[in-house]
Ligand binder design. Structure first.
Ligand SMILES: [Fe+2]
Length: 173
């Protein structure tokens, strides 16, 4: 699947420096189509996976798509997506997601193979593989992320722990 302008819409009228950005649900539709069309060539998690592993599959000015492989018991701590909207699709197994709701504690949901979720630009979540086998998921972000903020949860709410920038050697979604 080639990512083209037809999948994008203008974020708002304004200077040409404003990049078109997909909405969260449009991004999830794009991601579902992408996974369906690339199912036979999508990378899969090796059975002996021991550390979280990721692969950049597509990138345009408007969208990037990653495959992420999750070993048993591993996840990514609470984070946002630097203002990008996002979507994820679980290819095999299931992932557990904890997400922060405004004025409330952390919510939880399970996203199982063949299903996905979408989220807006201020969404904060963590994701973990609580199953017995490695899991592969595919993630889309629009526009491509430039940074991610990581948080810790304290009694008074979320506290910013650190920001990681795409230029950092260790950066990954
Ligand atoms: Fe995320």
């Amino acid at each position: 699947m080639t990512i083209t302008q037809e999948h994008t819409r203008p974020g708002r009228a304004g200077p040409s420096t404003v990049r078109p950005v997909l909405g969260a649900l449009g991004l999830l539709d794009l991601l579902a189509d992408y996974v369906a069309e690339t199912a036979t060539v999508l990378p899969v998690a090796p059975a002996n996976l021991t550390t979280r592993h990721y692969e950049l599959l597509e990138r345009s000015d408007h969208v990037e798509i990653w495959a992420i492989h999750w070993p048993q018991g591993q996840g990514l701590e609470l984070h946002d997506h630097g203002g990008s909207v996002g979507a994820l699709w679980v290819v095999n197994g299931s992932l557990e997601e904890h997400y922060v709701q405004v004025g409330r504690a952390v919510g939880r949901r399970s996203i199982v193979a063949g299903g996905g979720a979408a989220f807006g630009p201020r969404y904060v979540h963590d994701v973990v593989n609580v199953g017995a086998d490695p899991v592969t998921s595919v993630h889309a972000y629009s526009p491509p992320m430039e940074s991610m903020n990581f948080y810790r949860q304290e009694v008074g709410g979320l506290v910013l722990d650190r920001t990681e920038y795409r230029v950092d050697p260790s950066w990954a979604p």
